[in-house]
Design a protein around this ligand. Sequence first.
Ligand code: ADP
Ligand code: ZN
Length: 762
Amino acid sequence: MGSPLTRSVWLLKTDRLKIVGVHPLAGFDKLLHYKVPQTMAEQVHLGSLLRIPIGRRFILGIVGVVGAPDDFPVDRLKNIAEVVYDFPALPPDLLALAKWMAVYYAAPLDGIIETMLPGAVRRAAGLKQEKLLVVAEKLSDEDLAKLTKRAPQQAKLYQFLVGQFKPVGKSLVLKRLGVGASSAMTLVKRGVLREESQRVKRIAYDDDFAAGELVAALPHKLNDEQAAAFEALKPEVSQPKFGVTLLQGVTGSGKTEVYLRAIHEALDAGGGVIFLVPEVALTPQTVARLRSRLEAIAPGNAAVVWHSHLSEGERVDGWHELATGAARIVVGARSAVFAPVQNLRLIVVDEEHEPAYKQDETPRYHGRDVAVMRAKLNHAHCLLGSATPSLETYANAQAGRYGHLHMRQRIDDRQLPYIDVVDMRIEIMRSRGLTTLSQKLVGEMRDRLDKGEQTILFLNRRGYSSSMMCRSCGHAEECPHCSITMTYHRTDESLRCHLCGHERSAPVRCPKCEAPDIRWKGTGTQRVEEAVRRVMPRARVKRMDADTMGKKNLFRQVLSEFRAGKIDVLVGTQMIGKGLDFPNVTLVGLVDADLSMHMPDFRAHERTFQLLVQVAGRAGRGDRAGVVVVQTFTPQAEAIQFSRQADFDGFAEAELKSRKDFRYPPYRHLIHHSFRGPNPEKLQFFAEQWARQVEKTFGDRIEVRGPSPSPIEKVKDNYRYQVWYFTNGVTRIIGDLNKLRQGFAWPDDIIQVLDVDPVSLG
Ligand code: ADP
Ligand code: ZN
């Protein structure tokens, strides 16, 4: 072996020159080549995060290729400047996923990589940890004597450190001894000393909201349905193979318990796990529960938490734990699908139908669809769970592409709440005018107040200003070509279809029943709150919506007051529906069930059904049965009728039939293309030119609808237009479409955005 001094010389001679191709994170899509200096060679791998010189700047980049052809012009290459982490920040599976996303979502690769690597991680925030020095190999007396003669500073440092029991802070020791950093560096390079890093851990623990909650830690004994579901999942997760399973289980059927068992199985098989929850459901309460259950079921496995409210330090630490393999489970919202979990075996997507899984800025990816792709790249399993699956997922399961498991019973056979549908057309006749709260709902609320039980009133905020619905007969005008509700444009008093652009002037009277004043005014939460106070002056009422709840703490405060029984009636938008259990709530009222049904969106009925089921799930979770009152102008609608029995399959069958007739998703894919610019005529002109160009180029590979003005025509003095494309397969056309788009002569003042598989047309 010889002494460490001679060995390092030997290494220098035999190492080959290392060249890497780097994807710069700097707003352009290109692979740039660099040389790796000997001293860094061992830290540089596929997926390493580097700092590289470009012009006079240093920027970040990810190693996309290691090595280069033999005849590569090496001489002109620059050296990389720094290796940010000494392990791959973007493991190969994530790099492959990024490349797939870049194609599928027609988005630049550098932006996708930035989405995958949190800003704090790229900045290496909190990792400016203190460097420690320790002796790696003792020198022989002979070598030490030589060193003392040749480099007294180095010898001094060595002699000090060799007398220490544990590593010593580098800057401190250099300062104390008056030794330069270069001396330390030389000894490190020769393998005599070793540098170590010391980090302070700041893993996010549950904050005050969850403190004081009693968290049940003991695993439940599975009931028959749960056991059957778990048995079916076991072989899927215990060995590496790709597959997707839909777990369709009614609210309260105990899906979480099945997820946990599957997770345990994956961990036992040595795998890593990603658990995705919609951001709104990711309350500290949920996290605390999951954590304690995970730790009970699989001791020693701490879960990393991943959401948008983490501090930089917490985020970097959590990321670091996963990337180095110190932790194997992550629980988080959409972006946790990119967590650097090693040896990934299982991805769980809870509430897979939630539109919140779709990111509404570039890259516009769908967390669930990306989860399926990531599972595929890793030969892992993807478990999608919901009481009301998206029709896309449902259709995949029906077609046999996904496994399909059912859980039809609630735990302990608890009753589903009774759903009472109130026909608001009759209420209006009875009260001779508009009314916010039906007699039925008022009666039930008074009854709850007498008994000391609580009520939640939900308002449906979506689609609020853009629909036009007759309040006598419930009629809403639909586009004859697209079968979606037309959008009311105030500026020119018109109704337009924003899929195809079909237009007519807005009627003053209802086209069906001739009732006057069809124009929608809507009921805000404020109006509902006032109505409640009018009919029940004694009740303690609180309102909770985006306007009143700007501050996060206020939101929590109201919820804890409600939980403590200091509020009788809580009025709010959908945001109070998710992930919260209030055992004393025995009445839930949905004030305006129709609004989401009249969204100008072919998914309007699907969303309404989901909302109804979710709202119903809020009532009677304790040992008391609950009542749900649904106020609607269209009681005969399928979404409402099927929701009374929580009959998802019945609803899905009816809805899929109409989707098929119009060849909407899941029967075809939809791509949205939007255009913005200051000059409306110019915008319209270019949008039309473009749409005709697409038609000419693609023929029947794409069906083009539009251009038409966006539902909100103007934002901040920018006008907006849109075009829709329907296609049988995104991957078959997206590359060509993107190329055509990049080659098209867009004026500088028009900005355009592509959105593949949009989840909302509103
Ligand atoms: P879902 O997600 O399907 O709506 P949850 O997973 O939230 O349902 O389960 C509903 C409730 O039932 C939870 O309080 C859970 O602790 C409880 N639970 C789940 N499985 C069992 C079981 N096997 N025995 C008893 N209680 C259970
Ligand atoms: Zn239309």
